[in-house]
Design a protein around this ligand. Sequence first.
Ligand code: FEH
Ligand code: ZN
Ligand code: ZN
Length: 353
Amino acid sequence: MRAVRMTHWGGPPVLIEVARPIPGADEVLIRVEAAGVCRSDLHVLDARPGILPYRTPFTLGHEVAGRVAERGPGATGPAVGERVVVYGPWGCGLCSRCAAGAENYCDRRADLDAVRTGTGVGLGRDGGMADFLLVPSGRLLVPVGDLPAAQAAPLSDAGLTAYHAVSGIRPTLPPLKGGASVAVVGVGGLGHLAVQILRATTPARVLAVDVREEALSLADACGAHFGTLLRPDTAEVLRRRAGGIGVDAVLDFVGSHSSLELAVGALRAGGELAVVGSGGGELTVRKPGALPPGVRISLPFWGTRPELEEVVALARKGVVRVETEEFALSSAPEAIDRLRSGHARGRTVLVPD
Ligand code: FEH
Ligand code: ZN
Ligand code: ZN
């Protein structure tokens, strides 16, 4: 079978032939129908040796949809022929977090990293930028019914991460009940889904910020109430749009110095900042300091398996729709370059040709 492999640190992604895995014990073999390309794939490709707790070579692709092709003798979960997405953060499967379906926050992550077993599918473990994917357990599969694969795959990472970030601010913010405002900073593969999820699951006014006009038009198409380019006065613009008192929450899908600075200037006292993007920006937390009193900061990572089931349900109801740019699996290097260029619209998805 074909696979897009990280053969060595700092090397390019290469499409090569590898042996098709045979599922044993609880394992499940998936025939891949679509695999998303994520900014985290770029971080992996650009990482220097020893930075990430992964062993090379491995196949990239942590946002995968496909059809169950074969099951090991002890496998549970979806039957052969069923169409699924793959829950990507693979934990120990035994700790209380994993038992609750929150393998993204596995309590034994440090132990797993120490033995370099990887963060999950396509992140130190063989992933889904390939014709087939071997999944350790049926517990990691969520059925998608007749949802098109290029719509389903992005739900497992971009959709789940956005949904988890929204879920984190929704219940802790009484002001969200009517009249609340949430700023979505960065309207790319994750941000455009966050706009839709906010509109579908909260009464909040959604204010979108990006550096590209085409991203703001995507935000508008996704239901944002307001959109503005990032400028020196954008924090004040957002404060005014939020009744002059500041926004109740900022979902920062960029995580850069300028996006964090914007959040500090735009947030209401008692507001929420969720830093989702890995842009390397830093924020000084000090009292007294620049952050308004009562602000809560979170660093959400991916999402839980129950949340994946919830975001798939929203997509199957037609409430969430992924904007995609599709490429053939054989054009994976071109697709990765397109994402790296910063010109991709929505989520970049590979489809086995
Ligand atoms: C994966 C690995 C490490 C950091 C962030 C990520 C995200 O892309 C997963 O959603
Ligand atoms: Zn990702
Ligand atoms: Zn665990």
